[in-house]
Write a new protein. Structure first.
Length: 396
């Protein structure tokens, strides 16, 4: 396409780069690089080819693309004007519904992206404690406060954030204790590739409280998927603040930070605001998404169907131990560990040629639109691809 070069790096979303999905030379190999439309668990590329998709917009879609109830709510909001000079009614309605669905959230503030929302939570923690130091575990977006290795981030900013080890209760507790006097916030993804150990979650919770710091759960991937209340609900450990995003509005751009009322009132002592944070289309989509989630017990379905996929991946691993070394994630969001990068690229490419988009790294997401027959066909395709590729990959 003539204007492709006008988006530096190919696309504005880094994880959607062709090389991230398929490795080098994806475009010249005839692999899909741009989508034209999406529906349910399927997408069509610009040439009209159809694919079963497990990337699900990097986890932003849990009900399936273009869910009718969500679309109706969005269209109605568009017809009513989408934005206006005053706060929209739907903002208050959605806030109340979220707080009722996730009882440890007493108040909520909306933003547009997960990165913004985590940054807002960190700022609220700093306001509450009067301290600056942050310990973080997992991926929390591209903004300066957490991107210590990125060129362009000031050294003074990098120095304020340290890494907290995942699933190591003893080391995590020691780090929090050692920095307690200056520690404002501990922000963690409660699930990073492997299921969290309960002793780690409990240690992080207890030591953060003892330090007088604020515990933030970054539930951008896990809320509205593991449970409506995410990992905090599934594992029974409550943070002070939690961040929601991705599947919150089933693909419409919305994120939120919520938690204890006293902490959330810190917005009056700092500045957290965005012109389009109260754009009503995404808020209406989120309200409709929450209604579907509650009425149809969607998270239970995601767990059942994800378990079917995960069990099948286990059988594939057992059949191809020389190519597949493990399985990451949990039922609702999982992926295969491959023996080499060459294997992962080959599998992703050959699956795409057979009409399947299956991510070679974290994560693949089941949605309400993935029925059992689709999951079984997916597993058969993965088996076929690995079986066909094995002689070539093992001889190279």
């Amino acid at each position: 396409m003539a204007d492709a070069w006008r988006v530096p790096g190919f696309t504005s979303t880094g994880s959607k780069r062709p090389e991230a999905l398929f490795g080098p030379r994806a475009a010249e190999l005839g692999l899909p690089t741009r989508f034209a439309r999406a529906s349910g668990c399927r997408v069509w590329d610009e040439a009209g080819r159809e694919y079963v998709d497990y990337l699900m917009a990097l986890g932003a879609v849990a009900l399936g693309y273009g869910h009718p109830a969500v679309n109706r709510a969005a269209v109605e909001a568009i017809e009513q004007g989408a934005v206006g000079p005053l706060a929209p009614v739907v903002e208050q309605e959605l806030a109340g519904a979220l707080c009722r669905a996730i009882p440890w959230i007493e108040a909520v503030r909306f933003l547009k992206t997960g990165a913004e929302a985590v940054a807002a939570a960190v700022r609220l923690g700093r306001v509450a404690t009067g301290r600056e130091r942050v310990l973080a575990c997992g991926y929390h977006g591209w903004l300066d406060w957490c991107q210590g290795a990125a060129p362009g981030v000031p050294a003074a900013t990098r120095a304020l954030c340290g890494e907290l080890p995942y699933n190591d209760a003893e080391r995590a507790a020691a780090l929090i204790r050692g920095q307690a006097a200056e520690l404002a916030v501990v922000v963690v993804e409660p699930l990073v590739v492997d299921e969290p150990r309960h002793d780690w979650l409990e240690a992080v919770r207890a030591e953060t409280e003892a330090a007088g710091a604020v515990l933030v759960f970054d539930e951008i991937k896990t809320a509205f998927r593991l449970a409506i209340g995410g990992a905090a609900e599934r594992y029974g450990v409550r943070p002070d603040l939690m961040v929601l995003g991705k599947a919150l509005a089933n693909g419409f751009p919305l994120a939120a930070v919520g938690g204890r009322s006293d902490l959330m009132q810190g917005v009056s002592r700092t500045w957290i605001s965005s012109t389009l944070a109260t754009e009503a289309v995404a808020l209406a989509a989120a309200r409709a998404t929450l209604e579907v989630m509650l009425n149809e017990r969607v998270c239970d379905t995601l767990h059942r169907r994800g378990t079917r996929l995960l069990d099948g991946l286990g059988r594939i691993r057992a059949r191809y131990p020389d190519l597949v070394t493990g399985i990451g994630g949990v039922a609702e969001m999982c992926f295969l560990h491959y023996a080499t990068d060459e294997v992962s690229q080959s599998v992703a490419r050959e699956c795409a040629r057979r009409g399947l988009l299956f991510k070679r790294t974290a994560y693949n997401f089941v949605s309400l639109a993935h029925d059992e027959a689709t999951i079984d066909t997916t597993l058969a395709t993965l088996d076929e691809v690995l079986g066909a590729a094995r002689p070539r990959l093992l001889s190279s």
